[in-house]
Design a protein around this ligand. Structure first.
Ligand SMILES: Cc1cc2nc3c(=O)[nH]c(=O)nc-3n(C[C@H](O)[C@H](O)[C@H](O)COP(=O)(O)O)c2cc1C
Length: 143
């Protein structure tokens, strides 16, 4: 089965803390690499936005686990389709905490109606364009 990408948005549980984010990152690193998955997880203003790239079955199995995770709710699937190439090859799962810096707010504003990170109000194409630019920004800064 060829290369696929899945994009979803969800609401972070209000009590979500650093320890939760750290645990999510640690599990993602550990599980995604051997499964051949790459992607990006953005977290900000109470929202998660994640892209997963790789084998269709590996993505499905991982997404099914993620959806059942009580650290977020109301997951909405924005896209699950074949793709020609990966956009986040360098990362088994990089996490970006969005909106901490002025330049990030400018990037959000360029892709949204205001500078709040509200991926639930965007479609898959808009979310992907935003994620690519945020990833490029963080890669330039070497984070
Ligand atoms: C927003 C969010 C994103 C997550 N992303 C991933 C992921 O990319 N890969 C992964 O294996 N688990 C991810 N998780 C964690 C899974 O829900 C689950 O806790 C984990 O896969 C269990 O791994 P284990 O069976 O190795 O303990 C995510 C959880 C949340 C809340």
């Amino acid at each position: 089965m060829g290369l696929h990408r899945l994009v979803y948005v969800s609401q972070a549980r209000p009590s979500l803390g650093y320890a939760d984010l750290f645990d999510i990152m640690e599990k993602s690193e550990r599980n995604n690499k051997p499964a051949g998955l790459t992607g990006l997880l953005c977290f900000g203003d109470g929202w998660f936005l994640q892209a997963l790239e790789g084998h269709r079955l590996a993505i499905s199995q991982t997404y099914n686990r993620i959806v059942g995770d009580t650290r977020h709710l109301n997951a909405e699937l924005l896209e699950f389709s074949p793709i020609a190439q990966r956009d986040f090859l360098d990362w088994s799962m990089k996490a970006i905490q969005v909106g901490q810096e002025k330049q990030e707010r400018e990037i959000i504003l360029r892709h949204s109606v205001n500078d709040m990170f509200t991926p639930v109000a965007m479609d898959a194409g808009q979310c992907l364009a935003l994620m690519k630019e945020l990833a490029a920004f963080h890669q330039r800064r070497g984070v």
